[in-house]
Write a protein that binds this ligand. Structure first.
Ligand SMILES: *Cc1c(COP(=O)(O)O)cnc(C)c1O
Length: 391
């Protein structure tokens, strides 16, 4: 049945027909609790009534015109995002990888403007920045790169969370123009850097005249307890990329910038046919206002703390459980062994989870998860993990 599709995904044997909040129903009518949100995309859950209404209204009015013309929804969303993030300008794209491509192009332009011939971006081990050629090169995972060589030039890699390594990389090459990191590595295994990492990077970038480019594609839009994860660390980057939850499932990405980084891309230097079209921006505007009106970042912070506490209580002392970590609603339970088999076992029980970096159970539940659903998540998943570790 799937033969007409390229075999790029290892799909689970299930298809969903409809959703409501944190619930999904498959084509057989079986119900699932969604603790993954389509990989951190549906932060407001499924079929959110207000968002559905806004999108229907926009579809009935105008879906697309192109960037040859003014797009008022794009202007409005850019104003709302820059004000919220402490940034100045936005370029809209259609995905996370494209948002990061824009960031990398900004860094290179800025470098060339300073007479640097081979502008270089510092990136980290275990990072994930996307699947285009530049972003897979930036990604710190050989599996993502293998077979797609030659890779793109102009990157140096350092360990994640290691400030001194970034400083040292700057001493090796005089051509560094930017540092690109995730505030918390998602695909890499829910890796949370030391508290002084982002502030330290900010200070180092200021000292060296580098751009601090934060990939908030997975951590943004309230997931970590603040609208953007860097706000929890008191750090404002020069460039910030967003995608995933920005449109709650309507594909869109955004590259936000301030200072010199906001000025380098002039007419004709970059573009996107679909980027920031009326439908996508209507989605972004509605998502942002719902997040704020209902203080869903605050909800994510409180719920995340409760989940962390409850999982630690249930699983903390268990042999085989290496670490239980998270911030807001990005949570990782690290085991001492590969555990991707848990995904299928959870599916059978009506629970959607993910395993990344082979041994880390990653949870990215919607921000609208209620207390009862959170309880069920802890009970069901803890039971599964206990049984798995004994098997
Ligand atoms: C998902 C993700 C991307 C890539 O986004 P796409 O929309 O799949 O291109 C980039 N960076 C991070 C941190 C991500 O989580």
């Amino acid at each position: 049945m799937a033969d007409a599709l390229m075999a790029t995904y290892n799909r689970l044997p299930v298809s969903f027909e409809r959703g409501e909040g944190a619930w999904l129903w498959d084509t057989e009518g079986k119900r699932y609790l969604d603790a993954l949100s389509g990989i951190a995309v549906c932060g407001l859950g499924h079929a959110h009534p207000r968002l559905a209404e806004a999108l229907c209204g926009q579809v009935h009015t105008l879906v697309h015109t192109s960037n040859l013309y003014g797009v008022p929804q794009q202007q409005a969303l850019a104003e709302a995002l820059t004000a919220a993030a402490g940034m100045e300008r936005v370029f809209f794209a259609n995905s996370g990888a494209e948002a990061n491509e824009a960031a990398l192009k900004i860094a290179r332009r800025l470098g060339h403007g300073r007479g640097i011939e081979r502008p270089t971006v510092i990136v980290t081990d275990n990072s994930f920045h996307g699947r285009t050629l530049a972003t897979l090169t930036a990604t710190g995972n050989r599996k993502v790169q293998a077979g797609f060589e030659p890779l793109v030039q102009g990157f140096v890699r350092v360990p994640f969370g290691d400030l001194e390594a970034v400083r040292a990389a700057g001493h090796h090459t005089a051509e560094v123009v930017a540092v690109m990191v995730e505030p918390i590595q998602g695909e890499g295994g829910v890796n949370i850097p030391p508290d002084d990492y982002l502030p330290g990077l900010r200070a180092l970038c200021d000292e060296r005249g580098w751009l601090l480019m934060l990939d908030e594609i997975q951590t943004g839009m309230g997931r970590t307890g603040t609208l953007f994860a860097c706000q929890g660390q008191g750090v404002v980057p020069d460039v910030m990329t967003l995608a995933k939850a920005l449109g709650n499932g309507v594909p869109m990405g955004a590259c936000l910038a301030r200072g010199g980084a906001a000025e380098v891309l002039g007419p004709g230097s970059h573009g996107s046919t679909f980027g920031g079209n009326p439908l996508a921006c209507r989605a972004g505007l509605e998502v942002l206002s719902i997040l704020r009106e209902q203080d869903l970042p605050g909800r994510a912070a409180a719920l995340g703390e409760a989940l962390l506490r409850d999982f630690r209580e249930r699983l903390g002392g268990l042999t085989g459980v290496v670490d239980i970590r998270g911030r807001g609603l990005i949570l990782g339970i690290e085991l001492d062994r590969p555990c991707s088999r848990l995904v299928g076992l959870a599916l059978d029980q009506g629970l959607l989870i993910n395993v990344t970096a082979e041994r880390v159970i990653r949870l990215l539940p919607p921000l609208i998860l209620d207390d009862h659903q959170a309880r069920r998540l802890v009970d069901d998943l803890s039971g599964l993990i206990e049984a798995f570790l004994q098997s």
